[in-house]
Design a protein around this ligand. Structure first.
Ligand SMILES: *Cc1c(COP(=O)(O)O)cnc(C)c1O
Length: 368
């Protein structure tokens, strides 16, 4: 049975992208970021394919638990840490690395009476103002965490604009991070321990800022073959797109000139028009904000969206295409219709389109 809509995931492309990023940062280890259902690619299946990564990263405990329950034994980092003692208990049981990013996290660890010794990532806020300790607090926090004898204590920061070519924000963040690292290194030296391992780079920094690769890179979007930069596609950077979202034509109809198609009659036929109805809608992860004219590929030919995205369907104008039949396949995005371009047409970023793909959409995995 062929499903009406499916996301075909190319495992070979995922592995190619992992290798490619490793070759770009040969001295760094790779923390493969698979939060948000692996950016829509399927959490557990993607983790299995990317097993050779040095660590996997998710946002939350629940995602890590799904991985462990599926038998994944890799190092797993919880990028948002844990919010309370019950989750800390679970994090110990499941052997998760924790990001410590606010004072409550330190207090919780101080109160920890379990056997387990955590591996910790101290997050320093160098200008994103989202998670992390301010640089002037960092050494103090590092010392208090170190005193708790964690199994490992590493340091990380996150870049707010690594994709911007002018690099101004990156420079400002590194002006804060470099001296902070020096102070932490000095504190470590006084305690006769090695300076901690450091992680800075997301996909954009991995691809464009080799000076920031440090000990651990943390690519997300690039693993999926998608460019983190506006105006380019993954292929520009040697990456292969891993997801093809495709759906079947479920009806073909002739619409007389002057009639409208879909909810609220947003689209009106300027000529006698052949419309193909495709079984993919916002209930699958397409966005209701997709504009008229945004293309999909029907049998490999570009066909413009005609009317509002419905919950389970879209309509496209196939008047100028070779004859289209029920059962023909439309590509919503994929190698021939990059998700970066689709995101641009929809006024968003590829991250949002990819992780919008719903659970009800079957994923199939190939490995070539
Ligand atoms: C999501 C995330 C990443 C990956 O970002 P990409 O732009 O997808 O490469 C890296 N680090 C942290 C802390 C993240 O939350």
């Amino acid at each position: 049975m062929t499903p009406l809509i499916r996301a075909r995931i190319d495992g070979g492309a995922l592995l190619h992208n992992l290798q490619h990023l490793k070759s770009r940062a040969p001295r760094s280890r790779v923390m493969a970021v698979i939060k948000a259902n692996a950016y829509g690619h399927g959490l557990v299946a993607t983790a299995r394919i990317l097993q050779s990564a040095d660590a996997l990263a998710v946002a939350r405990l629940e995602e890590g638990v799904l991985l462990r329950e599926a038998g994944i034994q890799n190092r797993i980092v919880l990028l948002e840490g844990v919010p309370d003692a019950s989750q800390l208990e679970a994090a110990a049981r499941y052997q998760f690395d924790l990001v410590v990013h606010e004072p409550g996290g330190v207090a919780m660890l101080r109160a920890w009476r379990g056997e387990h010794r955590f591996e910790l990532w101290l997050k320093i806020d160098t200008g994103m103002n989202r998670l992390g300790f301010r640089p002037e607090q960092a050494v103090g926090v590092w010392e208090s965490l170190y005193a708790l004898r964690p199994r490992a204590l590493r340091v990380m920061t996150h870049l707010a604009a690594a994709d911007q070519v002018d690099g101004l924000m990156v420079a400002r963040q590194m002006e804060r991070f470099a001296p902070t690292l020096e102070q932490i290194g000095a504190a470590a030296g006084r305690g006769a321990v090695a300076a901690p391992e450091v992680s800075i780079a997301n996909s954009a920094a991995t691809l464009a800022l080799p000076g920031l690769h440090a000990d651990w890179i943390r690519p997300g979007i690039a693993l999926y073959g998608v460019s983190p930069f506006d105006g380019s596609t993954g292929a520009t950077h040697g990456l292969k797109p891993a997801m093809r979202l495709e759906a079947a034509v479920i009806a073909v109809r002739e619409v007389p000139a002057g009639e409208t198609v879909g909810y609220a009659g947003r689209w009106r036929a300027a000529r006698p028009t052949r419309i193909a109805i495709i079984g993919a809608g916002y209930g699958d992860g397409l966005l209701r904000s997709f504009p008229d004219g945004m293309p999909v590929l029907v049998n490999g030919h570009s066909a413009p969206l005609a009317g509002r995205v419905s919950m389970d369907m879209i309509a496209v104008d196939v008047t100028d295409l070779p004859p289209v039949q029920v059962g023909d396949i439309a590509q919503i995005w994929g190698a021939e219709l990059p998700v970066e371009r689709q995101a641009e047409a929809a006024g968003t970023i590829p991250y949002e389109l990819l992780c919008s793909v719903r659970q009800r959409v079957p994923r199939s995995y190939t490995n070539d």
